[in-house]
Design a protein around this ligand. Sequence first.
Ligand SMILES: Nc1nc2c(ncn2[C@@H]2O[C@H](COP(=O)(O)OP(=O)(O)OP(=O)(O)O)[C@@H](O)[C@H]2O)c(=O)[nH]1
Length: 324
Amino acid sequence: MNTVTPCGHELTTRLLDQKSECALDSCFNRVLSTLTQETQACALFFSKHFSQIHTPVVVFNSLDEPLSDDTIDLHLAKLKKLKPSIEVHHYQKMCVFPAKFENNLLGFLVVKATNNALKPFENLIAHLLNVYVKQLSTLHYACIDPLSQLLNRQTFEEKVLSVVARDNHAAMRQGYAERSWYLAMLDIDNFKLVNDTYGHVIGDEVILLVAQLLKNNFRAEDYVFRYGGEEFAVLFPSQNAQTAFEGLDRIRALIAATRFPQVGTVTVSGGFVTLIDIGQTSEAVHQADQALYYSKQHGRNKMTYFNDLDIKPLELNQSDIELF
Ligand SMILES: Nc1nc2c(ncn2[C@@H]2O[C@H](COP(=O)(O)OP(=O)(O)OP(=O)(O)O)[C@@H](O)[C@H]2O)c(=O)[nH]1
């Protein structure tokens, strides 16, 4: 039975309709299967950080054998030597398409081509790879706060749900004890004074420097968000509340010991909570805020675990809580 190959416009529109990274990845995979009639295996390696310093990771792969790190490096080295205008490179029995963003080579798509069957589609595949990268960058930058380059508030809830659910699922599948996820809310102390004394431009610089310290000192698997003006949320796994506290307190101490240009010293206060029921993200934020409020009320430059507060969640009068 002959199947009709959809036209480039329709495939482009399909990719542009995707509203999450995950949906976009699987859509691009399906589009390629349609074009290659599922007779060719393919794999996409791409650095979703949109930075050349991050090695491309595999986004999807239907090759019989995954490419080794050496082969990935080899492809990248070969592609870097080619003219920027070249859109496909033939290597052994593979067609390799460079994936570029703003003239930087961020990865490549490899399609196994045993004969010339792919030839008529090469230009279309190169075009669709460009569309994929553009749509991914649109989705990516919609999640990033422009000042701090951290994840923004809009992505917070979705990330909490997806990360914690995925991790718990993986932990159950692999049969190891579940790690707990923790949610911390951090807030720069007396920030109004910084703005009032040095002006908003210096205030913004302080936010940026604190954001960089947070980003550089949490692990790659942790998520740091700019939650509001001078407020940050961090989502991270830890063995127990004590190790979570130690990690947070180390970063608190590091920020307090850092010299900020013009302003001198800046401190942060924080509160954190164990994420038990991921369906209750807003309740978790509320509890972490209560612990943060406690830190503020007890001298600032301090971390507090919600469970250490001598109150039950419902006993605290809502009107006593500083809501952000
Ligand atoms: N420069 C700058 N200031 C901001 C931004 N967002 C919020 N702010 C300011 O941050 C200040 C927060 O002040 P408050 O909520 O009173 O808290 P604080 O002075 O940090 O005091 P504590 O939280 O109690 O330690 C306000 O003056 C806001 O205008 C921003 O993006 N840039």
